[in-house]
Structures are given as C-alpha cells and as structure tokens.
Design a protein around this ligand. Structure first.
Ligand SMILES: [Zn+2]
Ligand SMILES: [Zn+2]
Length: 309
C-alpha cells in the first residue's frame, strides 16, 4: 500500500479488512546490519555528540545497535566533543568506548587529555602512537613536539632527529602545522642539516596551502577538539600552573602546557610569550604578537629586525 507521496505502509491484513490502517515504523522492518550502516553514516557526519546520544534514547533496539563497533569506529571529531568543565569518569568511559572500537580521533583526543591534562604520560603517548600508526597527522605532529621538547622527561630526553622524522611523516599525511614546523627546522638546522633555501621553499608552499584553505567556501578556523579541551582545561587551572612555575603555549588555539620548568621556547625579542613549537610561534606572531612584541618606535628604529627567531 502506498501513500500519496509514494511511501510504503505495512498494513496488517486483518486491519485492512476492518478498514483500519496502522502506520508502522519503517526501521522495524529493516534488518540490523542495514540499520547499523545507516547509523555509521550518521556517526561519521555527526555535528555533535547529541546526534548519537539521542539515538540511544529512542528504544532498546537502537540502544543496542548504536554502540556497535562499526558505528563508533567511524564517529566524526565533532561527535567526540567533550567540555573540560564536564570531564568526569562517565565522560572518560564515553571516549574509551570509541577508543576500544578503534576510532582514531578518539585515540588522539584521549591521548592528548591523558598526556597533557591528566599527566598520565605513558598512556597518553601510547594512545597517540596508536593514532599515529593509522597516519593521523595531528597525532604524528604532537609526538614530534614531544620529541623536540623532551616533554614528560628531562631536557636531556629531547630527540631532535626523531622529532624531525615524525614531523616529516605528519606533513606527508597532510598536517599543515607539521609542514610549517618542518620549514622552520630546515631553515634553522633544527634536527636536520641546515638548508635555508629548502626551508624558504617549504614556507612558500605552506603559505599557499594556508591561503587555499582560507579561501575555501565557508572556511572557518578549525581548532581541533583536543586543543579546545586543553585550552579550557588549563584556563581554569592557570593559578595552579603558575604556582608550579609552568607556562602555557601563548598561541591560544594550541592549549599545550609545559610538563617541566622552562620546557617551551620564549620570544627572543620581548621574552614575554612562550611557545611549544616553532609552528605555534609563527602563527601567533602573524596573528597577534607582531603588534605587541615591542613599541612601534623601537620596531622602526631596529632596521635589522626581521621577526622572532
Ligand atoms: Zn603551542
Ligand atoms: Zn615578543
């Protein structure tokens, strides 16, 4: 039986005889694997965690099918948004479910939370390594930053060559931050043999990719869920960090905090801002710091000044 719009109704024969028509939920007639594949598509394009959570509340059958690993493993980054002020054990279990299902974004987000926010360095690094093995650019880049800074260890634990190698992999996976970092590494000879020409060339490539990204229709600045979480987390704990003498990365959209004293690099001109990486320093310089670094008069007087190192 079809409606005017051509949608099929399942009508029970007895009810038909009696002239009664009952509209049956179309999902009830679908086999489980088909419903799971529909949920997987929804999960991959979800704009917020509530898209999945609302499905959990529909009925017992939906509740069982939404937590299928094939649905959780493809969940989008936005589906994993967790606010720092709402962090609690159930929120941890929520993320853990996605991690156990093999969701790469969840591995990276939980890895960042454990490593930087909760101070559980081995588990955090292991989770990020899991994402990195699946070619997750942001995870590879964060592992590079950890190697460059010797995060979680002492100054002697810094491994510049390993950091550079991870950065190369991250850039090959499409990481723009990693590509920018790579260019500055080549220009400064940091973790690799110095090549000013190659560094400059790579900076031009990075600039053109950034321009392309910003000119894309409906382009808006993308801050990863993990960085957003860390920014919120440390914003409410600034006093505790200051008491320990630890500093935050001055690039607001980064969110990383020092894991030991004097871990981050400082602006060599004013010494008032700190950065976890050269990439953060370059971005912050361009957006904010070039107008704040020193008085304009001093800036104009200093003809040799060409930006922070
Ligand atoms: Zn940073
Ligand atoms: Zn400065």
């Amino acid at each position: 039986m079809k409606t005017r719009r051509g949608v099929c109704y399942s009508v029970a024969p007895e009810e038909l005889r009696r002239g009664k028509r009952r509209k049956v939920d179309q999902f009830e007639a679908l086999p489980d694997d088909l419903v799971v594949s529909i949920f997987a598509k929804l999960s991959a394009s979800a704009d917020s965690p509530s898209d999945l959570i609302s499905l959990l509340l529909v009925c017992k059958r939906f509740n069982g099918l939404v937590i299928d690993p094939s649905v959780l493993s493809v969940a989008s980054e936005k589906c994993l948004i967790i606010r720092a002020k709402k962090w609690c054990e159930p929120a941890h279990r929520f993320l853990r479910r996605f991690v156990d299902a093999g969701n790469v974004e969840a591995c990276y987000i939980l890895g960042m939370i454990k490593f930087y926010a909760l101070g559980n360095r081995p588990t955090g690094a292991a989770l990020m390594a899991r994402a990195a093995m699946r070619r997750h650019a942001a995870a590879l880049y964060t592992l590079a930053v950890i190697q460059f800074n010797g995060s979680g260890g002492s100054r002697h634990d810094r491994d510049l060559r390993a950091g550079f190698a991870l950065c190369c992999r991250a850039a090959a996976c499409g990481g723009l931050d990693a590509l920018r970092e790579l260019a500055y590494c080549l220009q400064d000879g940091y973790g690799v043999k110095r090549s000013i020409v190659s560094g400059r060339r790579l900076l031009i490539v990075t600039a053109s990719l950034e321009l392309e990204y910003h000119l894309a229709p409906a382009a808006e600045e993308h801050v990863h869920v993990a960085n957003q979480f860390l920014s919120e987390w440390f914003f409410t704990r600034r006093n505790t960090l200051e008491e320990k003498g630890l500093r935050l990365c001055s690039h607001e959209q980064c969110g990383r905090a020092e894991t030991r004293l004097h871990e981050f690099r400082r602006c060599s001109v004013c010494g008032l801002v700190n950065y976890c990486s050269r990439s953060c320093q370059a971005l912050h310089w361009r957006k904010v710091h070039k107008t704040e670094c020193m008085p304009v008069e001093q800036y104009l007087d200093n003809a040799a000044f060409a930006g922070p190192d």
